[in-house]
Design a protein around this ligand. Structure first.
Ligand code: FDM
Ligand code: MG
Length: 207
């Protein structure tokens, strides 16, 4: 029987280096012989993703609840494919997941419990790497971009909401360090986790 892949989620505020670190991690896992793929949410290529993209680029407006549900639908429509990949041995590195969904919408003022509900039943991550960076440090990295949520006041609230969501699958990574050091910390964390999960026998993923 094939050993299933790991579901590794990477979360953090804008400018924390998530995308770069996800790419590095995928490359490193592949080089060390692990069948690995990069996944990114929102997936802007699907029907829901196109609506989300237009909203984020401020080309269209949507009710806060409606966009929250679209982000969730954008994950749900990917679940069947992702669970097949995991069960056939592919490890997935996921750039943003339901935690971003809850953190951003609750930072906008929606009720936290309401925000959690649509994502209940999604594949449970094995490990969540949270790339932690203060907003001051994030702004030093050349400022935020032009998209709807890339604003200081909102980002401060988002970081605060993220910290409410942590559980024992979360590992905090100090993202203010050099790129190489962050990469090293992530790799050490993943190696440790893989050793432990292999020793314990990886459990089936909860759906
Ligand atoms: N975002 C992302 C949400 O508000 N909800 C979600 O469920 C997800 C996955 O979308 F500002 C926000 C976070 C960010 C924006 O993300 C687009 P990227 O990583 O910059 O594409
Ligand atoms: Mg962005």
């Amino acid at each position: 029987m094939v050993q299933r892949g790991l579901l590794i989620v990477v979360e953090g505020c804008d400018r924390s280096g998530k995308s770069t670190q996800c790419e590095n991690l995928v490359a490193k896992l592949q080089q060390t012989g692990n069948d690995t793929e990069l996944v990114k949410f929102p997936d802007r290529t699907t029907q829901t993703g196109k609506m989300i993209d237009s909203y984020l680029q401020q080309k269209s407006d949507l009710d806060d609840h409606a966009i929250h549900l679209l982000f969730s639908a954008n994950r749900w429509e990917a679940m069947k494919t992702l669970s097949e990949k995991l069960s056939t041995g592919t490890t997935l590195v996921v750039d943003r997941y339901a935690f971003s969904g809850v953190a951003f919408s609750s930072a906008k003022g929606l009720d936290l419990e309401w925000c959690r509900n649509p994502d209940i039943g999604l594949l449970t991550p094995d490990i969540v790497l949270f790339l932690d960076l203060t907003i001051d440090e994030a702004e030093k990295r050349g400022g935020f971009g032009q998209e709807r949520y890339e604003k200081r006041d909102l980002q401060i609230k988002v970081r605060d909401e993220f910290t409410k969501l942590q559980d024992d699958t979360w590992k905090f990574i100090d993202a203010s360090q050099s790129k190489d050091q962050v990469q090293q910390d992530i790799w050490d964390t993943i190696k440790q986790f893989k050793q432990k999960s292999t020793k314990d026998g990886i459990q089936p993923l909860q759906f």
